[in-house]
Ligand binder design. Sequence first.
Ligand SMILES: C[S@@+](CC[C@H](N)C(=O)[O-])C[C@H]1O[C@@H](n2cnc3c(N)ncnc32)[C@H](O)[C@@H]1O
Ligand SMILES: Nc1nc2[nH]cc(C(=O)O)c2c(=O)[nH]1
Ligand code: SF4
Ligand SMILES: [Mg+2]
Length: 212
Amino acid sequence: MNELEVKNLELVSDGYYVPLMEEFYTIQGEGFHTGKAAYFIRIGGCDVGCHWCDVKESWNASLHPPTHVNTIAENARNHADTVVVTGGEPLTWNMGPLTKALKQYKLKIHLETSGAYPLTGIWDWICLSPKKTKPPRDEWYQVANEVKIIVYNRHDLKWAEMHAERVSKDCALFLQPEWSKRNEVMPIITQYILENPKWRISLQTHKYIGIP
Ligand SMILES: C[S@@+](CC[C@H](N)C(=O)[O-])C[C@H]1O[C@@H](n2cnc3c(N)ncnc32)[C@H](O)[C@@H]1O
Ligand SMILES: Nc1nc2[nH]cc(C(=O)O)c2c(=O)[nH]1
Ligand code: SF4
Ligand SMILES: [Mg+2]
């Protein structure tokens, strides 16, 4: 690490600054809230290591500028009443300060997480997307509002059921094709949902319509 990278990591250590990769106003493309306008806040830093991750540029936190949570909240308030905090893995960092700053403006705060790290922050909606390389910590199962399993092959359906058994009874259950395997896994998913209708399909609709 060079001097600048070390300095950046020092700034983000308490959660008042976060490594901000990008922020953008778009339409939620996945899961329960698909189709809803939202302001996305993408935070850098992740060492979960999914080989098919579609934002690998987010992984190295020190490449993304430490940004004060009040600046992020100020930007967000001008766009939509819902923000989606994603990454990277946002829970790499203490999410207390960022969620508190967003709440000043009465924004609804949605989270995309793997659940690999401790729960911090105040959330209105939690999408838990478990990963085999670093499975969710116990505390995430009771608070997840939806679980979204990425299906890369047939074995992921067994993996999906393991998580379905652990979430609350109101938790919505989604199977989402891994993007590069979508043509192969779509028939497997559709057949599985017809036989197991507690599951729903989640497509990455933003990729089909060509928006961020
Ligand atoms: C990029 S991740 C960031 C948030 C967090 N690290 C996580 O994995 O939940 C956002 C969502 O995209 C999903 N995702 C990432 N790469 C994907 C891919 N190649 N195909 C389908 N979904 C993908 C993740 O499972 C997660 O639900
Ligand atoms: N439109 C849109 N919807 C999304 N839902 C989850 C996303 C993510 O990368 O976390 C995402 C994304 O990157 N774009
Ligand atoms: S946990 Fe999320 S951001 Fe991290 S590698 Fe996996 S999909 Fe990508
Ligand atoms: Mg995405």
